[in-house]
Design a binder for this molecule. Structure first.
Ligand SMILES: NC(=O)c1ccc[n+]([C@@H]2O[C@H](COP(=O)([O-])OP(=O)(O)OC[C@H]3O[C@@H](n4cnc5c(N)ncnc54)[C@H](O)[C@@H]3O)[C@@H](O)[C@H]2O)c1
Length: 398
């Protein structure tokens, strides 16, 4: 770490998301973690003793801490807007987890707040930061494979059957896949396709009465330039699309081939929703602020099977890079990854660059709002059974 790190970070929310990004934050030479805020006293105490830094019960107090110049917001979705607006008003740069917020209007309010207080706002992590996805974007832009035609991205996992807080199972409060997993897919596909989605047609399903929120969807996106994408997600712990991705899990970890149904079986052990929610909180505590041991062998993050088709070839992320299926056969490009597992360092690098150059990050408020617009349109299209034409799309600035 440098003597005067560029990013002096306050962590807002000490749960699962923070644990996942902490290895990338802790190992980054330009980041120092200087404070945290959480409602739970037990989480605050653990943080204070692990980092020797203050942990506040109020997000407003963290935002007023003069040592903090950037906040990382990983509270539940419904708090993102309020916490981002608070941080902006205190002059702090903002990294906010996906989904940016629950409505396009809230995304707009966050963007306005950041702009009027002269701070950077970055939405991430999403899988559009994954290095193989960025590499595929470069290949598309280079024209090496000719014009882009289709992106097909399919993910089957146990997402909905993992231990959840109550609101994570209520769509009206941001529950289900629409606000949690669809933004990953949309953000990645928008980056690959250049950002400008024209319209969305979708169907979505809540297939488990015990978990009454959308757990699967099938969506067709059209881009302004004639390219198109299909997005599929199913989170019911039946088929696992990692079978088609070298048995590498979403975080890049090697994965056992016979885990189908295990998340569902674990749920049956909880007496009620309260016990399930408490289990989720205690699992985050046990993860030990990102200091869990590294798997012996790990790979790039990914979000299922993604195949990009251009006029002169197809490509897809592999475990360690990008597989290209061109006119002369198949080849694999190795793509470097950072030193932390899981590798979410791209989020930090993008914010660092924005602070150092004064130029808004690619994943800024306008970009995040456009991804939210598509994600919300997935739900609207499924409910109203019609195509939704979009209005807030912005191009990828790369
Ligand atoms: N990018 C990713 O891969 C990824 C992964 C997981 C979660 N997330 C996102 O991160 C966010 C948090 O999800 P999670 O799974 O970590 O949830 P979580 O329940 O594990 O953690 C949330 C934390 O925020 C705290 N909190 C809740 N309300 C608060 C408030 N008003 N003020 C201060 N602290 C508060 C809770 O006590 C808890 O410690 C969600 O928006 C989710 O979509 C992103």
């Amino acid at each position: 770490m440098r003597d005067t790190p560029v990013i002096r970070l306050g962590l807002v929310g000490l749960g699962g998301a923070t644990n996942q990004i902490l290895p990338s934050l802790r190992s980054h030479p330009d980041v120092r973690i200087v404070a945290a805020a959480d409602l739970r006293s037990e989480a605050r105490e653990r943080f204070a003793s692990a980092f020797g830094a203050p942990a506040y019960a109020e997000v407003a107090a963290l935002c007023q801490d003069p040592l903090v110049n950037t906040v990382y917001i990983a509270t539940p979705h419904q708090w993102h807007k309020e916490h981002a607006v608070l941080a902006a008003a205190c002059g702090k740069h903002i990294i906010v987890e996906k989904p940016m917020a629950l409505t396009v209007e809230d995304c707009e309010a966050m963007t306005q707040a950041a702009a009027s207080h002269g701070v950077h706002l970055l939405v991430g992590h999403t899988h559009s930061f994954d290095p193989p996805v960025r590499r595929m974007r470069e290949i598309i832009r280079s024209g090496e494979l000719g014009p882009l035609a289709m992106v097909n991205t399919w993910s089957y996992s146990n997402f909905l059957m993992r231990p959840r807080r109550l609101e994570e199972l209520d769509t009206a409060q941001g529950g289900g896949i629409i606000f949690n997993q669809v933004p990953h897919q949309v953000d990645m596909v928008r980056l690959l396709g250049g950002g400008m989605v024209r319209s969305v047609r979708s169907m979505a399903w809540a297939l488990d009465p015990g978990r009454p929120t959308e757990g699967s969807h099938l969506t067709f996106l059209q881009f302004e330039d004639g390219a198109a994408a299909s997005l599929v997600f199913s989170g019911y712990d039946y088929f696992d699309s990692d079978e088609f991705h070298f048995w590498v899990g979403e975080s890049g970890e090697p994965k056992a081939a016979d885990d189908h149904g295990k998340a569902r079986a674990r749920l049956r052990r909880f007496a009620d929703a309260r016990e399930e929610s408490a289990f989720k909180a205690s699992a985050a505590a046990q993860a030990g602020f990102g200091s869990a041991s590294l798997p012996a062998n790990w790979h790039h993050l990914h979000c299922g099977v993604t195949i990009v088709s251009c006029a002169l070839g197809d490509m897809r992320p592999s475990a360690d890079g990008v597989l290209i299926y061109g006119q002369d056969g198949r080849r694999e490009l190795q793509v470097a990854r950072g030193s932390a597992f899981p590798d979410k360092g791209g989020v930090v690098d993008e914010m660092l660059q924005a602070i150092q150059t004064g130029v808004s990050p690619l994943h800024d408020g306008a970009w995040g709002k456009a991804t939210m617009e598509v994600s919300a349109a997935v739900l609207q299209s499924a409910r109203e059974r019609r195509e939704i034409v979009l209005q807030h799309q912005v191009p990828a600035r790369d």
